[in-house]
Design a protein. Structure first.
Length: 221
């Protein structure tokens, strides 16, 4: 009976009260609800729609013996109701929470907003445009230190920009890496702050590029 009720609800449009409740929740979280709603809408729109599992996919899962028909049905139902979309939205909002607006960056660096835009254009600061506004992931700032930015930031920007999303970049810079040997293993950000080699971080972010550069250096030698 529960599954039948759930199936009925998935085909209905959200009620006006549900939509208003969502808007009210956003208003409690930010002083700029319009921007946050637009940013979240853009993110959700960019996601791939949920596609029902094909008969072949279901048959493969069942033939593997790893799932029972009931489990496959429940998984398909959970995905259809938006579980993956919710995960994506949570990831976006969590990453967004660890960014600064341009006004905060200008205050932190004691610069004008025009100076900050110029630094972004010169690839000296890492920014991403979200809902037509620049946001700055906080991993690049060395708060409380005479040098306000992490070491090797321009080199880092050149390495990550062509292929990494800003969410992946922010997450990787704050994730401990076994190859950055310390006690315990350090995040790339902490490694750079402690004077570690940028080449070690580059090897993690772009191993193919790093190996190519090494081969070219050997040939030139």
């Amino acid at each position: 009976m529960d599954d039948q009720n759930d199936d009925q609800t998935t085909d209905t449009q959200p009620s006006a009260s549900s939509i208003q409740g969502f808007v009210d929740a956003i208003r409690r979280l930010t002083d700029d609800p319009e921007w946050l709603i637009v940013a979240l809408t853009e993110t959700l729109t960019s996601m791939r729609p949920t596609v029902p599992s094909t008969e072949a996919e279901v048959g493969y899962l069942l033939s593997s013996g790893a799932f029972t028909p009931t489990q496959v049905s429940r998984i398909s139902h959970t995905v259809a109701r938006g579980a993956l979309t919710l995960i994506g939205a949570e990831s976006f909002l969590s990453a967004l929470r660890r960014t600064w607006p341009i006004e905060q960056v200008a205050s932190y660096l004691d610069k004008s907003t025009d100076d900050i835009v110029s630094a972004v254009d010169q690839r000296k600061l890492y920014a991403v445009e979200i809902a037509q506004r620049l946001r700055f992931p906080v991993f690049q700032f060395n708060i409380g230190h005479p040098n306000p930015l992490i070491p090797h930031l321009p080199e880092l920007i050149e390495t990550i920009s062509p292929q990494w999303s800003w969410i992946s970049t922010a997450a990787s810079m704050e994730t401990r890496q076994a190859s950055l040997v310390a006690v315990p293993s350090q995040t790339p950000r902490a490694w750079l702050l402690d004077g570690g080699s940028f080449d070690d971080v580059k090897q993690i972010i772009d191993p193919a590029g790093s190996l190519s550069s090494s081969s070219q250096h050997r040939r030139d030698s």
